[in-house]
Design a protein around this ligand. Sequence first.
Ligand SMILES: [Zn+2]
Ligand SMILES: [Zn+2]
Length: 91
Amino acid sequence: MSIFSWPTHGSYYLGLLEPEDLEICPYDPNHRMPASRLQYHLASCRKKNPKIAKKMANCKYNACHVVPIKRLKEHEANCVNRTAIDDGEQG
Ligand SMILES: [Zn+2]
Ligand SMILES: [Zn+2]
C-alpha cells in the first residue's frame, strides 16, 4: 500500500531553482532556459516564429541578444557586451 497524497503538493521547489538563471526567449516569453541553451533555442525558435523574427534583429555584440529592430540601436548603445569589442570597425 502506498500513499502519495502529500498535502504539500505545489510550491515545494521554490527556492531550489532560481528563475534568474533562466533567459527568456525573445520570440516567446513562455520559453525559458539557461543561457547556455538559449543560442541553440533561438535558432530553432526563429524558424517557428518567422513573423516575429522579421521584426527582430541580432545584437552585433552578442548573438544571444535578439531585440526588436526598433530598439536595436538603443540596445547596442547600452549592450553589456559592447565593451568586449574594441572600436576597430572597418568599413
Ligand atoms: Zn523560444
Ligand atoms: Zn547586445
